[in-house]
Each structure stands twice: as C-alpha cells, then as structure tokens.
Design a protein around this ligand. Structure first.
Ligand SMILES: [Zn+2]
Length: 71
C-alpha cells in the first residue's frame, strides 16, 4: 500500500481521510467468481473516506481473495 502521497478521491479528486473498518461491524465481500457455497471474505483491513463527496474505499487482503477464487 503506497502511503507516501496524500490519497485523493478516485471519484472527485479531493483529499481523502484514512481509517479502518472494525472487524465486528459486518462488512464482508463475496466475489462474483465464487460458485456454489458462498464464501465470505474477512472484513476490510482499512479504508479511506472522501471528505468532499463521501465516497468510501475499502481494502481487503488480496492474497486471501486470490486464494478464495482460485487464482
Ligand atoms: Zn470524492
């Protein structure tokens, strides 16, 4: 994760605030590539929120995602 430059919103290009998503707050991700039994990802590790438009960007563990969808 590159944190050397202040993050800007991919939607409106204004500065974003950085934070985390709590592990017990129920935000999960399930890939559309998953078939059959629905496997749910662990919650996002950290997040950014745009201070202008409110867009939220979430990150999860990409290794875990690749593992789950077999790539
Ligand atoms: Zn924005």
């Amino acid at each position: 994760m590159n944190q050397s430059e202040p993050p800007t919103c991919p939607k409106c290009s204004h500065p974003m605030d950085e934070g985390t998503i709590g592990e017990s707050e129920g935000i999960h991700y399930a890939s559309n590539r998953q078939t059959g039994f629905l496997k749910v990802m662990t919650p996002a590790r950290w997040a950014r929120a745009c201070m202008t438009c409110g867009y939220i960007e979430l990150y999860l563990d990409p290794r875990e995602l690749r593992q789950k969808i077999g790539m």
